[in-house]
Design a protein around this ligand. Sequence first.
Ligand SMILES: NC(=O)c1ccc[n+]([C@@H]2O[C@H](COP(=O)([O-])OP(=O)(O)OC[C@H]3O[C@@H](n4cnc5c(N)ncnc54)[C@H](O)[C@@H]3O)[C@@H](O)[C@H]2O)c1
Length: 99
Amino acid sequence: MKIIVTGAAGFIGSHLCERLLRDPSNEIVGIDCFLDSGTPPWIRERNIRDLLAHPRFAMHRSHLLQIDWDPILPGTDVVIHLAGVPGVRSSWAAILQPM
Ligand SMILES: NC(=O)c1ccc[n+]([C@@H]2O[C@H](COP(=O)([O-])OP(=O)(O)OC[C@H]3O[C@@H](n4cnc5c(N)ncnc54)[C@H](O)[C@@H]3O)[C@@H](O)[C@H]2O)c1
């Protein structure tokens, strides 16, 4: 299956991508803009380090509102949407900027 995972560099998204890639029939497209929401950038980079080396994983460093979906969506079987700002206070603050 072709599976899109938003928030792929996040805590849950990165682990989910690793798990999904154990199935050799899965191809994963990760989308993440490395949002400055309190998590240091090096942690997000560490989350996806091994994924980037995987032949069935592709990463798009884009904001969900700015990405060009046309070349990405065709052939997609599943979209798992995990991009978000965990934490009530931070998610209600001013618009967060990508790192
Ligand atoms: N971790 C938990 O215990 C928990 C519990 C309940 C719900 N959730 C929800 O699950 C989701 C993932 O949580 P997490 O702990 O992995 O958070 P996380 O902050 O580690 O990961 C979220 C990722 O989404 C990305 N992101 C946010 N907005 C984006 C946008 N507009 N475009 C592209 N990328 C964007 C961030 O850069 C980040 O890498 C969140 O929606 C969170 O609210 C988490």
